[in-house]
Every structure is written in C-alpha cells, then in structure tokens.
Ligand binder design. Sequence first.
Ligand code: X90
Length: 277
Amino acid sequence: MKYKIVSDSASNIHAIENVPFAYAPLHIIVGEKDFADDDSLNLEEMEQALSAGQKSGTACPGIGDWLEAFGDAEVVFCVTITSALSGSCSAARAAKDEYEEQFPARRVHVIDSLSAGPEMALIIEKLRELICSDMGEEEILHQIKNYTRRSHLLFCLKSLRNLASNGRVSPSVAKICEILGIRVVGQASAQGTLEILHKCRGEASALTRMVKDMAQAGYSGGHVSIMHARNEEAARKLAALIHQTYPNSDVQVSPTLGLCSYYAETGGIMLGFEAGN
Ligand code: X90
C-alpha cells in the first residue's frame, strides 16, 4: 500500500523520514503582502512587515492546495489544525471527497488534530511509526484515534493580540496580557478551542506551572515536542524542567514557522506531549 502523510503548515513540519510527506501551506497576509508558510518564507521579513503595524490576517489552504499535497497517494493520512479555529479541516474534507470521487480506489483519512503546532507534530510522528511498523490501514486508524485522545497541547503566551484581532479569542481575554510581565498559560480544549488556564507573573513561574499541568493531564514520560517563537532559552529551560521530573522523557525543541509564529507571537511557547495509556 502506498501511504502518505499530509498536514497543513500549522504542524511546523516540512519533511519527515522514511514515509512520503507533503504539507499544504497556510498564508499570513500583512498589508498587501502575502507570505506563504512554506520553504520560501523569510520569517524576518514577515516579522518586519508585522512590526510596521499594518493590518494582518491569515488564510487556510484551499481545496486545490490539499489536492496537490495528496499527489497520487493510494492512502493519505491528513492531519489538520483544529477545525474550531480554522477552515483548513473543512477544506481538507472537501478535497478528500473530490479525490475519492475522482480516484475510487484511493482513500483520504482526515484527522482533525483539535490542536496546532507540536501536538500535530506528535500525531505525524506517531503515524510515521505506525506506517513503518507495517501495520494495516484500519489498525493505523484505530491506533491514531487512541493516540489523539492522549496527546495534549499547552502553551505560554506573552501576547494574544493577533489571536484577538483575528477573532480567535475574545478581546477581553486578550487584555489579560496587556499587564506587563504577565504570561498566559492555556491549553487546546477537548473541543479544539483555545482555553486559558492561568495568568502567571513572569516566565519562570509559567514554565513551572506548565510542568504541573502536564502531570495533571497524565504525563508520565514519553514524547514531548516544544516549539518556540524566538524563545529558545525558555524552550530549553522547559525541556530541562521536564527532564528533571521525568528522566525517561524524550523532548524535542524546535522553532515555530510562519503560521504559529504569527499567532504565538514573539516569546510564545507551545508544548505538545502524550499522556499515559
Ligand atoms: O485558517 C486560518 O487562517 C488559521 C487560523 C489559526 C488560528 C489559531 C492558530 C494558533 C497557533 C497559538 C497558540 C496555541 C493555541 C492552540 C489552540 C488550539 C498557535
């Protein structure tokens, strides 16, 4: 069977090993400029345009972008950003219908991550493992559904301005961040919405809080993916805190790309992890 993993660029993954992979880019629009979240993106240029204070927004992939990413695969596992905050998942579902109608022998399985960034990356990694272990399609589907039930996303943000100006959180929630030094810690809710959990004074206390929240969500060691928007120092600190408490944890640290950098904003941290079985 010819399997392929496909995601949108909110996963911050552009390539994986051993299994065919493609992604559909989201777009960040700043004033007149359209920044595609793909390999051509110059993040500095995007940030410069943003700091000039022009009106900005984002756009999800269209059906055509998804079809292009599916390519000629027989079986596609397609991981999207949460359907609660983006039209990406419904575009993927429409592309699936078109693809399966055009090629009746092929199948697309759309997996709504109900999340973003590092949790999507963990789901992709799990799919990769399952495919590499020569598992059948139905079994992979079963396993990945179980996995998405125990994968989680926490985040720590300095500013919710872009989320609020694009209607992804309410302006009153965004106001919390305007107090100097306040970090908002939150999670992707079970419904795939952005849920605020704590307002912390300073980054150090926010990071400690996140490790406690991991324990509460059932983390006991296993894969962790930390993604940061120009805040490698905090990401490394968080990784060290996790290692201290869970010596058997496997923690990857990487930067956010276009879409997540725009919404998490400079200093933002996203933390994906898997809870026990
Ligand atoms: O369709 C579009 O234009 C994209 C809209 C995306 C909106 C949300 C992106 C969130 C990215 C911010 C922190 C984590 C929040 C997670 C909530 C599920 C990252």
